[in-house]
Design a protein around this ligand. Structure first.
Ligand SMILES: Nc1ncnc2c1ncn2[C@@H]1O[C@H](COP(=O)(O)OP(=O)(O)OP(=O)(O)O)[C@@H](O)[C@H]1O
Ligand SMILES: [Mg+2]
Length: 386
């Protein structure tokens, strides 16, 4: 019964594609049907396969669409057979997209990657291929997805994101075909493909809980990374590098490590996220930079957006917002951290020692002691930055 429903849906899809004259997509969809029905409906699969062979593939370089319909989507995005939900998320950002804030080292490797991708012909003349694959490693909210978007925009290519957690949550039996469909789709035209949360699938193959299907999926990915065409860029992202199979790990041309921002980037991020409200909050910049130490960019953004909303609606004055925020942050600091924060507040704001003591939990005596000896904070701060 389920087979019959599948067939009906597939038939409807073929008709839809045929009526919109998407010949190439009909071909690609038919090729998928051959694979899908090879075992359950061998006669049908064979017949469709014959049709496909009788109609040769579109010439390389021929336009995907008739000139009269340039606004149509270039290809039909692959969907999960059962839920009909799209497997890939698409981003087409303009090259003006603001660049992510990256550490000097990371900025350099990403810059080099873009440079190579823009000089593929020159590299090819020398028998070289540009970087074809990279894996982005880092905790949540440090810019892995953002950098993938920016990279694609710089290369003038769409970014397709395949969320592997979502693929894995579909029935295991379908994960393989979904993964294949998404990879096949991405290989057909120049693009950047991001395999997000690759750890969801690329668990160590020695993991006891692994079933055969999982192992096959890892094998699929290993092959794909090896054979990825130089026309596209294959990216992967993970928050859990330890879960990644070492065999997969070494197949990526580039490993890019995204760290939590250093103080200079924290300051830059605060300014960026404040936008026009920097005029109002600028006086708190040093203390905010200190308080956000160790937080990810997205945590910083969320908090700053909260400040901006409260000020815009007039619910809380900026000084109260900052005070509350610092008080909460102080709880997570060690004693020296709180002392440093108290000294900064004493130097950078007009808060009384009484309020500072209240916010940071540092006694007024200690604040007095440290503020008369001005060098201490700088030393500690430099130690933290090092
Ligand atoms: N390096 C950065 N520069 C500027 N903004 C950033 C940066 N990193 C993160 N942000 C902000 O945080 C948001 C979330 O970042 P992003 O989605 O890139 O994180 P991620 O590393 O992919 O996290 P996850 O592991 O949860 O997918 C971005 O949309 C952006 O607003
Ligand atoms: Mg992400």
């Amino acid at each position: 019964m389920a087979e019959l429903i599948g067939l009906k849906e597939d038939l409807a899809q073929v008709i839809r594609l045929a009526l919109s004259e998407q010949t190439e997509d009909v071909r690609l969809f038919a090729a998928r049907l051959v694979r899908k029905y090879r075992n359950s409906e061998p006669d049908l699969a064979q017949q469709v396969d014959l049709f496909l062979r009788a109609k040769p593939h579109r010439r390389a370089g021929a336009p995907l669409r008739k000139a009269a319909a340039p606004s149509l989507p270039e290809q039909v995005l692959p969907v999960d057979d059962e839920s009909r939900l799209s497997l890939l998320k698409v981003f087409r950002d303009s090259p003006d997209l603001e660049a992510p804030l990256l550490s000097a080292e990371l900025g350099e490797s990403i810059g080099q990657l873009i440079h190579e991708r823009k000089q593929t012909a020159r590299l090819a003349a020398l028998g070289l291929t540009p970087t074809r694959s990279a894996i982005f490693v880092g905790q949540p909210g440090v810019g892995k997805t953002l950098t993938a978007r920016w990279l694609a925009a710089q290369l003038g290519a769409p970014l397709y994101v395949l969320d592997l957690t979502a693929v894995m949550s579909s029935l295991l039996g379908r994960s393989g075909s979904n993964l294949r469909a998404a990879l096949d789709f991405a290989k057909r035209s120049p693009c950047v493909l991001l395999l997000d949360e690759i750890d969801a699938i690329a668990k160590r193959r020695s993991d006891d809980s692994d079933v055969g299907e999982l192992k096959r999926l890892v094998t699929v990915i290993l092959q794909e990374v090896d054979e990825w065409p130089a026309t596209g860029l294959l990216l992967a992202a993970t928050n859990h590098p330890k879960l990644i199979d070492p065999a997969l790990w070494r197949r990526f041309d580039l490993v890019a490590e995204f760290k939590v921002p250093e103080p200079a980037s924290v300051k830059e991020a605060i300014k960026r996220f404040l936008g026009p409200d920097f005029a109002l909050f600028g006086r708190w910049i040093e203390i905010l930079t200190y308080a956000f130490h160790g937080q990810s960019f997205s945590d910083i953004k969320r908090e700053i957006q909260r400040f901006r909303r409260a000020v815009a609606l007039g619910t809380t004055p900026d000084a109260d917002l900052i005070e509350e925020f610092i008080k909460a942050r102080a709880l997570s600091l060690d004693r020296q951290g709180r002392i440093d924060m108290a000294v900064l507040l004493a130097k950078q704001t007009r808060l009384s020692q009484h309020s500072i003591s209240d916010i940071t939990g540092v006694s007024r005596d200690t604040i007095r002691k440290y503020t008369t000896d001005g060098s201490t904070v700088g030393q500690k701060k430099r130690r933290r930055e090092a």
